[in-house]
Design a protein around this ligand. Structure first.
Ligand SMILES: C[S@@+](CC[C@H](N)C(=O)[O-])C[C@H]1O[C@@H](n2cnc3c(N)ncnc32)[C@H](O)[C@@H]1O
Length: 347
């Protein structure tokens, strides 16, 4: 059984680490397969009788179950000939597996088809769509093709000479997180915030601090999924703190750990707070003046914080601090901009 896990560009290797640490079953991982490296997709081949528990993967935003995957479709063929390459028995048995084992929704038969074509075949996307819909209508009794919004989705992708037909398993709530009722322009995606917490290897006796917390995505993911001794959320903006607080209140686990969480309106450079770890994404872009100056002040401040052992920072440039060592770095795309997710440890 093939699954495609969609994360963010550059987070793929963190998703692989998360899979290895959480899921003990028989499967193989491949992110160099038919999908090019660094497109935010990790492919897994599940060879286990148990159900693939994708729901507890924090770096994964979207999960697709591949019901058919065909390689080497000649470029010379017509749309109608595509069906000759599709194994309809395999397709039927995968659809059965979806309904009997995987289906996280109801047994509702309705599916909306999303068809994408990025190939030099001479037929149109719409021709491909009609051919696949007819195939399903004729052969797959458990599926009813509809144009209705909000139903389950089957994604059909013709990518060069490969055809992938996959059912989207994740719901809108899983994709967007449950707690974010309010955001700010620079807010992170929950999957990236989760990845930042995950690679930080937070210990249960750590005091952790996000000094530029914005809408609180990093703290919210931490409260929901990680253990810590204390968590400090601070930001120079009163409005940001207000948003962080209301987002935290939507996190189920927050009521249990509320007494361990401090919310402070403060300028990082003037703050007297201290912690074992800092996990944050620094403000960048024109509204914050020249990045160079900001980075220099950030580095100076880091060197003055007592007990600080490690920082996890997302920023467009590499951060070098004398007496500190970079232990990992990942090149990410955040809102279309190149950013480096980096972990530095005090020597
Ligand atoms: C990129 S945003 C953080 C986004 C956050 N991770 C989220 O997901 O919503 C950066 C934040 O840094 C705050 N900020 C800028 N300068 C600051 C300073 N000197 N001290 C504290 N916070 C500051 C801004 O108010 C902004 O909320």
């Amino acid at each position: 059984m093939k699954f495609l896990l969609q994360t963010q560009i550059g987070v793929e290797k963190i998703t692989v680490r998360e899979l290895l640490s959480k899921i003990r079953s028989t499967y193989s991982i491949d992110f160099l397969g038919f999908v090019p490296h660094k497109n935010g997709i990790v492919q897994i081949d599940w060879r286990d009788k148990s159900r693939f528990e994708y729901q507890n993967l924090g770096t994964v935003e979207d999960v697709f179950f591949v019901v058919n995957y065909v390689k080497n479709i000649p470029y010379s063929i017509q749309a109608k000939d595509i069906v000759k390459f599709i194994d309809s028995r395999g397709l039927r048995s995968n659809i059965d597996y979806f309904f009997d084992v995987l289906n996280p929704f109801s047994s509702d038969k309705k599916f909306r088809f999303i068809v994408r074509k990025k190939s030099p075949h001479s037929f149109r996307r719409i021709d491909l769509q009609e051919v696949i819909k007819t195939l399903f209508n004729k052969n797959i009794k458990r599926v009813q093709v509809t144009a209705e919004e909000g139903v389950k989705e089957i994604w059909v992708t013709l990518l060069k000479n490969r055809l992938i037909i996959a059912i989207r398993l994740t719901t809108k709530i899983q994709r967007q997180g449950k707690y974010k009722t309010q955001g700010i322009p620079g807010a992170l995606r929950p999957t990236v915030a989760y990845a930042m917490n995950f690679i930080s290897e937070i210990r249960s006796n750590d005091v952790v601090w996000d000094p530029f917390c914005g809408s609180g995505t990093i703290p919210c993911e931490m409260v929901e999924h990680f253990k810590f001794k204390r968590l400090i959320c601070s930001d120079v903006s009163e409005n940001a703190l207000f948003i962080t607080k209301s987002n935290l209140e939507n996190v189920e686990n927050y009521k249990r750990v509320k007494s361990k969480v401090s919310l402070r309106v403060e300028n990082f450079f003037a703050s007297k707070s201290y912690s074992d770890l800092i996990i944050t994404n620094l403000p960048f872009g024109i509204q914050h003046g020249r990045d160079e100056d900001f980075v220099r002040r950030f580095i100076d401040k880091i060197q003055s914080i007592k007990n600080l052992r490690q920082i996890t920072v997302l920023f467009p440039e590499l951060i070098n601090i004398s007496g500190w060592q970079r232990t990992s770095k990942f090149h990410l795309q955040v809102k279309g901009r190149h950013c480096i997710l980096q972990v530095l440890r005090k020597l």
